[in-house]
Write a protein that binds this ligand. Structure first.
Ligand code: DC
Length: 232
């Protein structure tokens, strides 16, 4: 499908946590030769930085202190051919592993509810996609970051299925977590993401719904390939 005769578009993938958005977005980007941007990783990077710099203590997020850190944090991406995706760096240090711990997961929804955090990251995301040819996944891509995206997909899956997927992912990496804790975290994040005041998670009117509770990645790719073909 990588072909100069085709129009380069923006593909916005939004939805609940642990729906497999990133895996799906990465596969689409690889197929089209597009850039894949995991915006959740950017919110996680700010959260990690806030934890490292004492702006989150005992799980309590100090909003003013997080905002004060925003001018100092430097977030960059570097393509990692082994992963077929870009790794995120915070102040020049590779942060891919550290942003995915349960400690970061437990605080990230609160950090991403801060208006100044969103303003900074949304501006960065719009800049990264200005030449189009990107697949971006997050919570507000089709509604706020690229309301003019040519293809918008809203992903969802049963919370128990999503908790199981994240549990398998974390235990495979050697993290000691309980399935109950993960499911609680998934449901709590759903609630915060949907009910926050700024850019709450919601399906854009023109987004296509994809419930992948019982779909393989191959089936999802088949589903999306037709929709892409209609648009490029
Ligand atoms: O996709 P993820 O689980 O890695 O995202 C981590 C958190 O970041 C999630 O709880 C909500 C927030 N987020 C957001 O508010 N807006 C985005 N565009 C992406 C993520």
């Amino acid at each position: 499908m990588q072909d100069n005769a085709h129009k380069r578009i923006v593909i916005a993938i939004d939805g609940y946590s642990s729906c497999g958005k990133s895996t799906f977005a990465k596969a689409i980007a690889a197929r089209l030769g597009y850039i894949f941007i995991d915006t959740g990783a950017m919110y996680r990077a700010v959260t990690l930085y806030a934890l490292d710099h004492g702006a989150i203590r005992s799980g309590i997020v100090c909003e003013e202190e997080v905002i004060a850190l925003l001018d100092r944090i430097e977030i960059t991406f570097r393509f990692n051919p082994e992963r077929g995706a870009s790794d995120i760096y915070v102040d020049g240090d590779l942060a891919e592993g550290r942003i995915r711990t349960i400690e970061v997961s437990n605080c990230v929804s609160r950090v991403s509810a801060i208006a100044e955090v969103r303003r900074k990251l949304v501006a960065m995301q719009q800049q990264m996609g200005r030449r189009r040819g990107v697949v971006m996944d997050g919570r507000d891509i089709g509604t706020v970051v690229f309301p003019d995206a040519e293809l918008k997909i809203f992903m969802t899956a049963d919370p128990a299925v999503r908790a199981r997927r994240r549990y398998d992912e974390l235990t495979a990496k050697g993290e000691r977590v309980s399935l109950e804790e993960i499911e609680r975290n998934v449901r709590e994040r759903d609630y915060i993401d949907e009910h926050r005041e700024i850019s709450p998670l919601r399906r854009a009117d023109d987004a296509l719904l994809l419930d992948n509770s019982r779909m393989t990645v191959a089936e999802q790719m088949e589903w999306v390939t037709e929709r892409i073909a209609e648009r490029i």
